[in-house]
Design a protein around this ligand. Structure first.
Ligand SMILES: C[S@@+](CC[C@H](N)C(=O)[O-])C[C@H]1O[C@@H](n2cnc3c(N)ncnc32)[C@H](O)[C@@H]1O
Length: 473
């Protein structure tokens, strides 16, 4: 066979296929930006913090995800196995540079809209100039800060965010002073304690050099509990954990003038977001007393139209739920903090309320881990970061759907148990919303009725919806 014909019928090489996918996705994004009059994505200092809006049509969002994932795979494929470790060194140095830049407030000392010499910046920040130069130039290779003229530093779009948005800086600070040391202490924690049940036998304690387990650690003083609350607020500023996914991830309108109880709701961010979106709802935030004291203060700063519909009350979820007329008992980012036995105890404490009002539901919003390799490696890695963070802080893990269902089956009493009815992962969210009902033994499962209507995975708008008989998210 002539080589030219052979080439025509040969499948593309993996390198070519990934490159083709990248190119096709880049075409879609470029055309979208032209059509909408948006700037093209660029490394320019004036680039917006979000170029392709999260509200863009699903095919545009998909193209962006496809581009990120194919470009990452392409890079991995082109990198030789022998170069693997060399690249790992880049990762830890990028993070240590971020730590250094935050520690010495380099972002704040760098003026916005103009450049500054290394000498002046070093003087202002009171750091050795040669260290500043090395750290900054390394950070620039991760797209943080830039050097528009030799010897002068300036903000780029990424570093400018750390000045414009306190939440980004707070998150960077927490990541590099708490999450990073905890991750670094993981091997030592496993060597010392294995899967020991003690709450303070976790990597967090090794990394933070403390004998107090995380919640005890953050509750030690007002300063620390404020810091943790600020961190939670910062994390929620990321689109992937945005409260917008809570608002869009469930049919709240069907509750009408219903009552939503946000259990472990911290300082009312979720109830405030829901109160804004659904003016008929009445909401209660429950949490431990110190957090509720903070929540009450923050609530009083809300407009009356919101604050009058939200109450904050102290409740320990290891005791029976005191509210009996709730329509929804929401647990957002709670279950992943706890091992199965504790989750079962928390859920059992809600059963009396669910039995008192059979239409009431438990709503769990947490990461649902995908089967390995079933989604792009970049998306999967983002979910697995959350899984590891849970092990390192609480010796708990994120769960896959089978593990959640196991939890619900175990959360039973003498009359019935919890049954998963629906799972929705709103587009762009790292968490799914699981709707769970109490079902008396022998009763026909509503979940099974749903299963016959839509057998398996289907798409609801931009979100992946899975009925209870399906194991894919
Ligand atoms: C990871 S935060 C999640 C906060 C909130 N649900 C959200 O989505 O941002 C966990 C929350 O659980 C609360 N918590 C921990 N132990 C608790 C307990 N025994 N009873 C009630 N709340 C508790 C913490 O104070 C904290 O606000």
């Amino acid at each position: 066979m002539a080589p030219s014909i052979q080439r025509k019928i040969s499948p593309l090489s993996p390198l070519q296929q990934y490159a083709k996918d990248v190119s096709a996705a880049a075409d879609i994004l470029t055309a979208f930006c032209i059509e909408q009059g948006l700037p093209q994505p660029s490394f320019g200092a004036q680039a917006p913090s979000v170029t392709i809006p999260y509200s863009a049509p699903a095919e545009v969002q998909d193209a962006r995800q496809q581009l990120i994932s194919s470009a990452a795979d392409l890079q991995k494929l082109a990198t030789e196995p022998a170069e693997f470790l060399q690249n790992q060194a880049i990762h830890y140095q990028h993070l240590s540079c971020l730590r250094w830049l935050v520690e010495f407030e380099i972002f704040k000392h760098t003026p916005c809209g103009e450049s500054i010499s290394y000498e002046k910046l070093a003087n202002n920040a009171k750091v050795p100039e040669f260290q500043l130069r090395s750290v900054t130039r390394m950070a620039m290779t991760s797209n943080l800060l830039c050097e528009p003229t030799p010897g002068h530093v300036s903000h780029n779009a990424v570093s400018a965010l750390f000045v414009k948005d306190w939440k980004q800086l707070e998150w960077a600070n927490f990541m590099t002073t708490v999450s990073m040391p905890a991750a670094a202490g993981f091997a030592e924690a496993t060597r010392r304690w294995g899967a020991d049940d003690e709450q303070n036998h976790v990597a967090f304690c090794v990394g933070m050099k403390t004998e107090k387990w995380p919640f005890e650690y953050w509750a030690q003083s007002k300063e620390l509990s404020d810091r943790f609350a600020r961190y939670m607020t910062s994390v929620q500023s990321s689109h992937s954990t945005s409260l917008e996914h809570l608002v869009n991830g469930f049919d709240w309108a069907r509750l009408g003038a219903g009552v939503v109880v946000d259990v472990g709701g911290s300082t009312c961010s979720s109830t405030i977001a829901l109160a804004n979106a659904f003016p008929e709802l009445t909401l209660v935030t429950e949490d431990l007393p110190d957090t509720i004291a903070n929540a009450t203060k923050l609530l009083s700063a809300q407009p009356q139209s919101i604050s009058r519909r939200i109450s904050a009350q102290a409740y320990n979820f290891f005791t029976p739920q005191p509210i009996q007329d709730g329509d929804i008992y929401l647990f957002r980012m709670i279950m992943h903090d706890w091992k199965n036995a504790e989750c079962v105890a928390i859920l059992r404490n809600q059963l009396k309320s669910l039995k008192a009002k059979p239409s009431a539901r438990v709503l769990i919003m947490d990461t649902v881990l995908p089967p390995p390799g079933s989604i792009s490696s970049v998306e999967e890695a983002i979910l697995r970061v959350r899984d590891l963070a849970m092990i390192q802080s609480f010796n708990s893990t994120e769960r896959d759907l089978t593990e959640f269902e196991e939890l619900f089956r175990e959360s039973k009493d003498e009359d019935g148990s919890l049954v998963l009815q629906n799972v929705i992962r709103p587009a762009g969210s790292v968490m799914s919303v699981l709707e769970v009902a109490y079902e008396r033994f022998g009763e026909c499962s509503i979940a099974k009725e749903h299963a016959s209507e839509a057998d398996g995975l289907y798409v609801n708008g931009d979100s992946v919806v899975v009925n209870a008989s399906t194991k894919v998210v």
